[in-house]
Ligand binder design. Structure first.
Ligand SMILES: [Zn+2]
Length: 309
């Protein structure tokens, strides 16, 4: 992809449903902002064959969620409704469509979240089904690496990494959330405090080195913004400029390695417009890196990203 780079971003109005924390309402705002960008084309996620989910998760859990049967249908800590079911299924479909697009174009986005805490037999932490592990299950011939930069550890993905030999998880976080490291699951916790932003960037560099060594066919990048210092649920170490630096490092790594990357939003819980801006920065940085190529000014000529202290 070069010149007039266009990044396919998957989204439908079905994704957006009312939640307790605004974590899914933000998706509509991000999609609306993304649609204004000349670098991004919004694509329909299509429909998922639920057989994938029955093979990925405990079938009893999948059945209870689809039927709305408590307690499992609410195990992710969201109020169950037919609209939530529709949203969850649409976002899983988007994962598979975006995987195809990433493999074709080098990069694609699913304007979705709610994946990495979902375990084999239940949901957790606003996550119903694990759309990261789903990609590995649906493509047993791909080696799928996840770089999880949400401020909370990807415990659900860790569960699935032990089950799926073609899934690898690298989680950089401040709160482990039960993600302790394990089979094909590496943890890199970052304590707050002195030089935390510099230590975070060192962790990103370590992640790139280890992911390269595992030789994946696809990277799924959980570009969470709840590791921003003002996030009420994350309280992480990064400034706005730090998030931009992180994203740029990851995209330059993927581009230079020829490693297709699927970007997901993950967490981010500040005020609506602030959260949308932070996620849009990720898109703008991606567009710049894929437009300009490595070794050229990465952010020249794009909308000025929001950077704060
Ligand atoms: Zn989080």
């Amino acid at each position: 992809m070069s010149g007039d780079a266009v990044i396919n971003a998957f989204y439908s109005h079905d994704y957006c449903v009312r939640t307790r924390n605004g974590g899914m309402e933000k998706l509509a705002g991000v999609a609306e902002a993304a649609a204004q960008s000349p670098a991004i084309t919004i694509r329909d996620p299509g429909v998922i064959d639920v057989d994938h989910l029955f093979r990925l998760h405990d079938p009893a859990y999948v059945r209870d969620f689809l039927d709305g049967t408590p307690p499992l249908a609410r195990s992710q800590n969201l109020p169950w409704s037919p609209a939530l079911r529709t949203a969850v299924l649409a976002m899983q479909a988007g994962q598979l469509r975006a995987t195809e697009a990433a493999r074709c174009d080098g990069i694609a986005v699913n304007i979705a979240n709610g994946f990495h805490h979902a375990r084999h037999a239940r949901g957790s932490g606003f996550c119903t089904f694990n759309g990261l592990a789903l990609v590995a299950l649906a493509h047993p011939d791909y080696r799928v690496a996840v770089l999880d930069c949400d401020q909370h550890g990807g415990d659900g993905t860790e569960d699935f990494a032990a089950r799926l030999p073609n899934l690898y998880n690298y989680s950089i976080f401040g709160t482990s959330f039960g993600c302790n490291g394990g089979v094909r699951s590496v943890i890199d916790p970052i304590e707050k405090g002195r030089n935390a932003e510099r230590r975070y960037m060192a962790a990103v560099a370590r992640a790139c080195t280890q992911i390269r060594a595992w030789q994946p066919d696809l990277l799924i990048y959980q570009a969470g913004v709840d590791c921003h210092m003002d996030d009420p649920l994350g309280r992480g170490p990064l400034s706005g400029a730090g998030l931009i630096q992180r994203d740029q490092r990851v995209f330059e790594f993927c581009r230079s390695e020829g490693l297709p990357v699927l970007v997901t939003l993950a967490g981010g819980y500040q005020a609506f417009s602030r959260t949308v801006d932070l996620h849009m920065n990720t898109f703008e940085i991606a567009a710049a890196v894929y437009r300009e190529g490595i070794g050229e000014p990465a952010v020249a000529g794009v909308a000025q990203p929001v950077a704060d202290g």
